[in-house]
Design a protein around this ligand. Structure first.
Ligand code: NAD
Ligand code: UDP
Length: 330
């Protein structure tokens, strides 16, 4: 890993997956708090655009690398956040074996790096470790209901294995590892063609294309705005002593897919209508975080309501997308 610019400043923090949607906001917040940030990313689903503004900061360094390859740093690291992993179902299913190895080999590599440097470690885990949950809302004690042979397994089981690696490293005393179980998060810097629900619906509405509701649209998700999530991640990393248990981070407001489609349509001047498309296999029916643990351990809860977060997200996509064709009637 190259020697960093701007040597005399704050903590030195490596963010794997820092050029992605969440990672780029995290890098920005950590720099803003006076730290030096090394972003390590292969650009698999991230983008140089997401970190273009950060590249002008002398305390930011970009390293283009796959986490599955050995990672070395010639300078001491204080903290490592591991966000490296494609998060959208079409992206993580495009090369499922690489997705699994990213979570297993990649997390293993980063934990070894953390052990060598005595760096604190935070793993970006996911609500997907609960699978299609039979407990609602989902508490951290719930062990989950995951199909280990289906098309989502490369992501869900990879993330479950990564959690096991973190807790084994913690029990062994080799790494001060923490695990955040992140629920659906949205906001600026999502890729327009990412395939996730919020980016799909917003881009479709802005392009006057039909909003593609998969299945009946009665399935639910809970949507957290990205600034709230980043605040939770930083609080968890800095929680002392280490709680030694995973922590759900998400917004407990629960919406059906149809409700989200209607909300987007109400906020965008568009000719779009709703169409139904087949439900992907193993699509979880319900998802809502119980955030009691985050509230009590971190004093954290989301502040941005879906209405407001969507307004910011739509405004960002309006600027980021190419010029729209003229609006047609619905
Ligand atoms: P994203 O796809 O935008 O970002 C992932 C980043 O990791 C990208 O920049 C990508 O290029 C990089 N990456 C992927 N594989 C890599 C590899 N092998 N080596 C190096 N870099 C690699 O996704 P996101 O929404 O920003 O998610 C960030 C993290 O949070 C992921 O680990 C994801 O599993 C987790 N998460 C996100 C959500 C969400 O709703 N956004 C929900 C649950 C968990
Ligand atoms: N979904 C949808 N239309 C889309 C994209 C997603 O109806 O264009 C649905 C999807 O079937 C799921 C929910 O929205 O029920 C959330 O999907 P996403 O891929 O964003 O995240 P995940 O399924 O991983 O929670």
């Amino acid at each position: 890993m190259a020697k960093r610019k701007g040597a005399n400043r704050g903590r030195v923090i490596l963010v794997a997956g820092g050029a992605g949607f969440v990672g780029s906001h995290l890098c920005s917040a950590l720099l803003g708090a006076g730290n030096r940030v090394i972003c390590l990313d292969s650009y698999l689903t991230g983008s140089p655009d997401n970190v273009a503004a950060l590249q002008r900061n002398p305390y930011f360094t970009m390293v283009e690398q796959d986490v599955c390859d050995e990672i070395v740093s010639d300078e001491p690291l204080d903290e490592i956040y591991n966000l490296a992993c494609p998060a959208s179902p079409p992206s993580y299913q495009a090369d499922p074996i690489h997705t699994m190895m990213t979570s297993v080999t990649g997390t293993g590599n980063l934990l070894r790096l953390a052990a060598r440097h005595g760096a604190r470690f935070l793993q970006a885990s996911t609500s997907e470790i609960y699978g299609d949950p039979q407990q609602h809302p989902q508490q951290e004690e719930y062990w989950g209901h995951v199909n280990c042979t289906g098309p989502r397994a490369c992501y869900d089981e990879g993330k479950r294995a990564a959690e096991a690696l973190c807790f084994d490293s913690l029990r062994a005393g080799s790494v001060d590892a923490k695990v955040a179980r992140i629920f659906n998060t949205y906001g600026p810097h999502m890729r327009p063609n990412d395939g996730r629900i919020v980016s799909n619906f917003v881009v479709q509405a802005l392009n006057n294309e039909p909003l593609t509701v998969y299945g009946s649209g009665e399935q639910t998700r809970s949507f957290c705005y990205v600034s709230d999530l980043v605040e939770g991640l930083i609080r968890l990393m800095n929680r002392d002593p280490n709680p030694g248990v995973p922590v759900n981070l998400g917004n407990p407001g629960e919406f059906t897919v149809i409700e989200l489609a209607e909300l987007v349509l109400s906020k965008v001047r568009t000719a779009s209508a709703i169409v139904h498309a087949p439900l992907p296999p193993d699509d979880p029916q319900r998802r809502r975080p119980d955030i009691s643990r985050a509230k009590s351990l971190l004093g954290w809860e989301p502040k941005v309501p879906l209405q407001d977060g969507l307004t910011h997200t739509i405004a960002w996509f309006q600027r980021a997308l190419p010029q729209q064709p003229p609006m047609r009637r619905r």
